[in-house]
Design a protein around this ligand. Sequence first.
Ligand SMILES: [Zn+2]
Ligand SMILES: [Zn+2]
Length: 242
Amino acid sequence: MILRFPGTRGEIEESSRRHTYNASLVVQTPKASVLIDLGEKYDPALEDVLNGFDALLITHAHPDHYIWTKKDASMVKIPVYLTRETFDYSKNKPRKYRIIDAGKSFSVQDLHITAHKVLHSFRCPAVCYKMKGLKQIVYAPDLIDTQEDKQKVLAGTDVLIADGSSLNINMVRRRNGKLFGHTQVKTMIGWCKKYRIPRLIITHCGKQIVTMDRDLLSKKIMEYSQDEIDVAIAVDGLCIKI
Ligand SMILES: [Zn+2]
Ligand SMILES: [Zn+2]
């Protein structure tokens, strides 16, 4: 399985050479090639290869994940997989679309995929994607927590690729008794330990990670992971084989 990161930046004003484009992920198996999320500020190099993917999967309708929230994107001709809530959110719609139900698995070639609801936003309900090829990965660029039992969503995962909006500051807000926002990398390292996920890759980087001194960031991550979990911060263009 090959993982490639065309972008690793969250919905923030700050940007750096490492984190220029909105977070998205390419997952490649011997038979399938899938792109997850296409935000407003996507890597322009994606345009040349966009219609070569078997599918585009969307996590939610925030504009850093779903370009249609801001404008029509008629250059996308491949099937776009998304929940009914995401599809209904914006006036612009993908041409070819597949409505998916959270919790119900589907396949794209040799990739077995399940969307699971996550707690993140009430206006734009979000899902994470669990994908099984030879390895199992979970891609959750925006979340406070999973809605279902984490054991059910995360057990058996080889690599968790998730929300870097905050390293260790509270980004959870409450309105009308409902929570929205983002969890912390520190908390996700705890999930990896609890659910025996050996590897965590941080993407969708927020202001704290984008602007933090690199040595201090490494030191903090080492302190939290205590060498039990392999934690890395993804940068735009990163490509790894798992
Ligand atoms: Zn986002
Ligand atoms: Zn979001």
